[in-house]
Design a protein around this ligand. Structure first.
Ligand SMILES: *Cc1c(COP(=O)(O)O)cnc(C)c1O
Length: 381
């Protein structure tokens, strides 16, 4: 069997055609495809506003920027996430505080969030890890009670639902990533979704140098057409029309992609729930995951093996295993920042035994069967 990666994009002729059309048009960037992609994102997620931005990390940077936080403020997030979820706070001297995960869903545990709240806490960055939405009813209650902004890092969960609501219309701000391993891709890409018009306006400025030509926002309302004002400090975080055209074309196929991801996850659940040495991922009532990742926890004591041995065995069989994620505060940069004694026991226990196995919509039935077969051999080697 050829190498099967843990995740991969699915690009068809129609995607290629959409990109080529832009290359032959007048606008490679800041043209009509931006607004078209943004309105597709609004339609798919139910969010009132959508802003396309250069990547998921820029989207998180933007989400923290528009809150106008002060140095020393605190933002609570999950330790089991990609570093960017916490790094976005560091850009502003804001302190990321990690609240431990729930051992069933591996998502941030609302009770642990509440325990970490102080006078300095200003926001929660909830991460829909693996594609499963967080416990948003509980998080919303906590956010409202303590006057916090609820941000969803939905890099894994485009197309997922929580109690009938779509990811994008639940949190105050939702960020997306369109990196090739994610649910849809635009090469690199990201988005900020919000129902809050004021947040959206700030995000729009942030994406493009803080510069505006909108007379309503400008101090000099009588100036000529050449005139613009820079009214805040922003970046160049624009997404190109080339990328947006790919994003639009991919978004048209999201339903198909999700259906296939869910079908594969179901096959995995059926096969692995019969094995006594693995723990399959649990789903919270009322959530419908986007299944970005499928993660198995291995009962290492029962198996008499290390995680390293299992990982290396599967890798040697061309199964593209991975580990998501090293608890963020364990990363050397965070250790240096002063997180040395920091502990989230569940996150650490989770990390010690977790292995991500391949799951992507273009995976064939044959590849799925092969992965299952190899995992079933783990206790024999
Ligand atoms: C991928 C990812 C990001 C960053 O997205 P990029 O588009 O790669 O910058 C942020 N958070 C999580 C949870 C991710 O998986």
């Amino acid at each position: 069997m050829n190498f099967i990666p843990y995740g991969k994009q699915w690009i068809d002729e129609d995607d290629i055609k959409a990109v080529v059309e832009v290359l032959q048009s007048d606008y490679l960037t800041t043209g009509p495809k931006i607004a078209e992609f943004e309105s597709s994102l609004k339609k798919v997620t139910g969010a009132k506003n959508a802003l396309a931005i250069s990547n998921g990390t820029a989207a998180l940077h933007c989400a923290i920027n528009i809150l106008d936080l002060k140095e020393g403020d605190e933002v609570i997030t999950s330790p089991i996430t990609f570093a960017a979820s916490a790094n976005s706070s560091l850009y502003y001297g804001v302190k990321p505080i990690f609240a431990d995960i729930d051992m069933n869903t591996y998502n941030i545990n609302p009770e642990q969030v509440e325990k970490k709240i102080t006078e300095l806490t200003k926001a929660i960055v909830a991460v829909d890890f693996t594609g499963q939405p967080c416990d948003y009813d509980s998080l919303r209650k906590i956010a409202d009670k303590h006057n916090l902004v609820l941000i969803a890092d939905a890099a894994h969960s485009l197309g997922a639902t929580y109690k009938g609501k779509r990811v994008g219309e639940i949190a105050d701000i939702t960020t997306m990533s369109f990196h090739p391993v994610k649910l849809i891709t635009s090469g690199e890409g990201g988005a900020i979704l919000t129902n809050n018009d004021n947040f959206h306006k700030k995000a729009e400025l942030f994406r493009s140098h803080g510069i505006t030509r909108n007379k309503e926002l400008m101090i000099d309302k009588e100036a000529g057409d050449w005139y613009y004002e820079m009214i805040s400090l922003g970046y160049n975080y624009r997404l190109t029309d080339i990328q947006c055209a790919l994003g639009i074309s991919q978004l048209n196929k999201l339903k198909k992609f999700l259906a296939r991801r869910r079908e594969i996850a179901k096959k995995y659940d059926e096969a692995f729930s019969k094995l006594d040495y693995v723990i399959t991922p649990k789903q919270l009532d009322g959530t419908n995951s986007a299944w970005h990742l499928y993660i198995l926890k291995f009962k290492l004591k029962e198996l008499g093996k290390t995680r390293r041995e299992i990982f290396d065995f599967l890798k040697s069989k061309n199964v593209g295993v991975n580990v998501h994620y090293i608890p963020v505060y364990k990363l050397p940069y965070y250790q240096k920042l002063g997180y040395k004694d920091f502990q989230c026991p569940n996150a650490e226990e989770y990390y010690e035994t977790a292995i991500t196995i391949p799951l992507f919509p273009k995976m064939t039935d044959e590849e799925v069967a092969y992965v299952i077969e190899q995992v079933k051999k783990v206790d024999e080697v």
